[in-house]
Design a protein around this ligand. Structure first.
Ligand SMILES: Nc1ncnc2c1ncn2[C@@H]1O[C@H](COP(=O)(O)OP(=O)(O)O)[C@@H](O)[C@H]1O
Ligand SMILES: [Mg+2]
Length: 302
């Protein structure tokens, strides 16, 4: 059994070029990267299955193509599937960091297509469940991510459960993904509401997924924006939209992200536009930094 698992892992490693960072050369630390702290962006949604993981994985690739050092953290605990989309198998995940003998370099993987990522896993659903020494260990190790990344992208779970809120409230920026479906919109609004109440510095942007034309997206954004301004006194910007596109499903089946397998597809072009918007579109608001993110997430007073 063990033998079979090892062979399977080897097969996948050969196919995707997956290598634990510990076994590769260190990622370059440029002077530029040392000057400013990483941007911490959480990708979330009200309802599950709206396309968060596809979005996060392909956005990470787009940002990395633009020359940014990206670390993607799979924090959709329980439904962790960044590995599945990248076609990789990870030996360690986020929760293994609590173990003394596991280092950040063991869990930080150099995935295919230039994306460095930390695989998700169960066991870290509630940071509050960790003992103080475990939290300290996590903190000490995760804090090192900041020196290795310009952007830390976090794929969270859906909804307003404590485990998701922990992540989105601690991030500098939140991308809220929705589809034009009424159920997706209502659930997106619930996230906006929770965020507007608890977030210390509000910075939420919308992405509308699975639209048939641009008008769909404009309608959705106008509705959410109006409601948010009126009832939550919060302004939300739109970062872009992604077309309904069969290549997304085909790419998932192939386990090769659509930005790579179908670079000319409509969905891939939309992701490139969103990455561009994220990098050059507007002013980046306050960056509190990765350390503050971790302190908030692991909240030592709990
Ligand atoms: N733009 C799109 N066009 C077509 N299908 C999509 C699109 N975005 C997502 N999907 C479909 O939705 C499924 C769920 O996406 P996923 O990224 O796993 O959602 P989540 O992470 O929010 O649960 C995908 O496997 C894909 O089949
Ligand atoms: Mg997901």
């Amino acid at each position: 059994m063990e033998d079979q698992a090892a062979r399977l892992r080897q097969l996948i490693e050969d196919r995707t070029g997956y290598i634990p960072l510990a076994e590769c050369e260190k990622i370059e630390e440029t002077d530029e990267s040392k000057k400013s702290s990483a941007r911490i962006i959480a990708v979330t949604s009200g309802k599950g299955g709206v396309g968060k993981t596809n979005f996060a994985v392909n956005l990470a690739i787009a940002l990395s193509k633009a020359g940014k050092r990206v670390i993607l953290i799979d924090a959709d605990l329980g439904m962790a599937n960044v590995d599945v989309m990248l076609g990789t198998v990870s030996k360690y995940n986020l929760s293994n960091l609590c173990q003394d003998e596991v280092s950040l370099h063991d869990v930080l993987l150099r995935g295919p297509y230039g994306v460095n990522y930390i695989s998700g896993g169960s066991g870290i659903e509630h940071a509050a469940d960790f003992s103080v020494p475990e939290r300290q260990r996590l903190m000490q190790k995760l804090v090192q991510c900041e020196d290795l990344a310009d952007i830390i992208l976090i794929d969270t779970g859906a909804g307003i459960g404590k485990n998701v809120l922990d992540f989105i409230l601690a991030a500098d920026e939140v991308i809220l993904l929705t589809t034009p479906e009424p159920t997706s919109l209502t659930d997106a609004y619930a996230v906006m509401k929770a965020y507007s109440i608890y977030a210390p510095n509000k910075n939420m942007k919308l992405v509308v997924n699975r639209v048939y034309d641009e008008l769909d997206s404009r309608d959705v954004v106008a509705k959410l924006r109006r409601t948010s301004e009126r009832f939550l006194k919060m302004t939300v910007e739109c970062l872009g939209y992604i077309y309904e596109d069969r290549s997304v499903m085909n790419a998932v089946r192939k386990q090769v992200p659509f930005l790579i397998s179908y670079p000319d597809a409509a969905a891939a072009k939309c992701i490139m536009a969103i990455a561009n918007n994220l990098l050059y579109g507007g002013q980046v608001k306050i960056k509190r930094g990765w350390k503050v993110f971790l302190q908030h997430f692991l909240d030592f007073s709990r």
